[in-house]
Design a protein around this ligand. Sequence first.
Ligand SMILES: NC(=O)c1ccc[n+]([C@@H]2O[C@H](COP(=O)([O-])OP(=O)(O)OC[C@H]3O[C@@H](n4cnc5c(N)ncnc54)[C@H](OP(=O)(O)O)[C@@H]3O)[C@@H](O)[C@H]2O)c1
Length: 215
Amino acid sequence: MKIGIIGAGNMGAALGKIWAKAGHQVIFSYSRDEKKLHQLAASAGETAKAGTPQEAVTQSDVILFAVWVPSLEDVIHAVGSLDGKIVITCVSGLQPDFTGQTIGLPTDLKISVAETIQQLAPNAKVVEAFNTTFAEIIASDSRQFGDHRPSIFYCGDDTEAKRITADLVKECGYEAIDAGNLIVARTLETLATAWVQFAVASKLFPNLGLKALRR
Ligand SMILES: NC(=O)c1ccc[n+]([C@@H]2O[C@H](COP(=O)([O-])OP(=O)(O)OC[C@H]3O[C@@H](n4cnc5c(N)ncnc54)[C@H](OP(=O)(O)O)[C@@H]3O)[C@@H](O)[C@H]2O)c1
């Protein structure tokens, strides 16, 4: 697949590297440091390159939003049209400095971050995923916890976009669990915040994986 990464920080870099190493064509974009983007692309291998946010979108089918909430409006302007694109968002309601950790939805949004992105880009196929894991786990050698693979819950309204997201989740070494329509992002984003808070309070951060058990 052709994947555009918007936000080349902890999440964007870690996920983009896995996908590039799996053979996808990946464009890293949206950093305040262009040199960092080029270094990241070089470290990700032959199928990765650096680009502008607009290039990342026009040249890709799947776009990963890996930025903080305060950057969202700027991102939407920077990327141009998202019509027809699959937009995977891992953006949570947490503030960048973790102060004022948000319980539930970000206070200035009445709906989830994912639904806000869908409103800002009505013709995009928005899917929420990767919210309940940590970048340190994605960047580590393996996602395995002993015999267990952590679960990634994803939600969205477009069936094909969700299928492609599930494949990308599995390629990263996680179990992919369909959590329903995009409205579920309201609870998924809240779960993500609770998960971070639990990890910090328990002093187990970041060596934790969330797992849905079955029987
Ligand atoms: N980290 C995790 O474990 C984790 C897990 C699940 C979900 N999330 C969510 O994923 C999103 C990204 O998290 P992250 O840890 O990857 O963040 P991060 O490392 O800070 O990356 C953010 C990216 O946005 C870029 N950016 C461009 N303009 C910016 C601006 N004006 N202000 C701030 N950043 C700007 C940063 O650029 P520079 O390269 O110039 O810094 C960086 O590449 C957040 O919404 C977070 O809640 C994170």
